[in-house]
Design a protein around this ligand. Structure first.
Ligand SMILES: Nc1ncnc2c1ncn2[C@@H]1O[C@H](COP(=O)(O)OP(=O)(O)OP(=O)(O)O)[C@@H](O)[C@H]1O
Length: 370
């Protein structure tokens, strides 16, 4: 798939802009603080109905306006799909083919994007939260069922945590509601964990191939999904469900004491190993970067496999963070295959040599220069 065009109204520092893109490499060129990242962000928002930079939609609306609009048309193999997102100070409306969608999970997935920003280079070394967010954002786009389960899980998790806080001197009767919430949480949690394991296995397969190539055959990248269940309990959704329920039962006193839910996909993690050594503790910075880049490139293939279409790649000032050899790998892997948007203050070195015939947008103070 590729994004054919996009229009912004009162989005960040853009008052009104209409753009037509190339199904190839699009370069967003400009000095600092002119609006390059805001354009990438608009594409991300069009895809996922939320920003990667802020959790508040209000931040996306121009300071002098009360509402913003992002419109775009996605070209797929056999159809084109117009998307529209209206952001107001009190809520948002999402339309596919001009029809308003009651649920955002019906909207997300029409345009698939992969964002690669300098902070993604800390995917391996960063906090577990970063990796869970990465997993959920990527898998949610590929699979609406995953997204649905995740949103149900989060709602029940909030209720259960609130209830655990309320339960001070608990009576036996109070625990009945806790059991109900534990049961529901285990059911959605099991679906999420099972789907994560399946998709991570596929992602690992692609990422290992890329990592092997970048390291010239010397390094073997593997993943490990970290959670408290025994390996045999992870075999099916039923066994994960039973395992989570058992944990909630066994550790009830601990959860009541700490007043929060201690088990479930919101606590799990993903670890990366190179030649069986944990990259986050034993890997060099170069190995950590190679692993992060391999995972990002692997996502492109996984999305193609899962959805039948290549996603759109958003590279936010990431080339300057990679050495020549990693830049070469990235650019040769995407060129002529994936529509790419790349922000930069100047195009030089490897990128200038390798990128042929890009469409360049010169950006200055929220406007496109002709
Ligand atoms: N809601 C908003 N309304 C108006 N202007 C905004 C809004 N939010 C951010 N801005 C401004 O938009 C400008 C562009 O920011 P953006 O992050 O897109 O710049 P950039 O070109 O990517 O810069 P850099 O290369 O430094 O990352 C900034 O000056 C910022 O203060």
């Amino acid at each position: 798939m590729y994004l054919r065009d996009m229009s912004l109204r009162h989005f960040r520092n853009y008052e009104s802009v209409d753009m037509t893109f190339k199904n190839g490499i699009n370069i967003l060129l400009g000095k600092n603080a002119q609006g390059k990242t805001s354009l990438l962000e608009a594409i991300y928002v069009l895809a996922l109905a939320r920003s990667h930079r802020t959790s508040s939609d209000r931040d996306l609306i121009n300071w002098d306006a009360t509402a913003a609009q992002v419109l775009g048309c996605v070209q797929k193999q056999s159809t084109s799909v117009p998307l529209e997102l209206d952001l107001g100070k009190t809520g948002k409306r999402a339309k596919v083919n001009h029809l308003e969608q009651a649920k955002l999970s019906q909207y997300i997935g029409q345009l698939n994007v992969i964002l690669f920003a300098p902070e993604d280079l800390s995917l391996v070394k960063g906090s577990p939260q970063v990796r869970r967010r990465f997993i959920d954002m990527e898998f949610g786009q590929m699979n609406s069922r995953y997204l649905y389960n995740l949103s149900q899980y989060r709602t029940i998790l909030k209720q259960r945590n609130r209830y655990l806080k309320e339960l001070r001197n608990h009576k036996q009767s109070d625990l009945v509601l806790l059991d109900v919430l534990s049961d529901q949480l285990a059911a959605f949690g099991a679906e999420i964990i099972f789907e994560r394991l399946k998709l991570l296995k596929e992602l690992e397969h692609w990422a290992a191939a890329v990592h092997k190539e970048i390291s010239q055959g010397k390094e073997r990248l593997t993943f490990k999904y970290v959670n408290p269940l025994e390996p045999e309990q992870l075999a099916s959704t039923d066994s994960i469900y039973e395992g989570l329920k058992a944990l909630f039962e066994q550790k009830r006193e601990k959860e009541l004491f700490q007043r929060t839910t201690l088990f479930g996909p919101h606590r799990d993690d993903l670890q990366f190993f190179v030649n069986d050594k944990n990259v986050s503790t034993f890997g060099s910075q170069g190995q950590q970067r190679t692993a992060a880049l391999s995972v990002k490139l692997a996502e492109i293939n996984l999305m193609k496999e899962e959805t039948g279409e290549y996603p759109v790649l958003l590279l936010d000032d990431v080339l300057s963070e990679l050495d020549d050899s990693r830049q070469t790998h990235l650019l040769t892997a995407i060129q002529d295959k994936v529509q790419t948007f790349l922000t930069t203050t100047s195009l030089s070195g490897v990128a200038r040599q390798l990128i042929h015939d890009p469409k360049v947008f010169h950006i200055e103070n929220g406007k496109l220069l002709e």
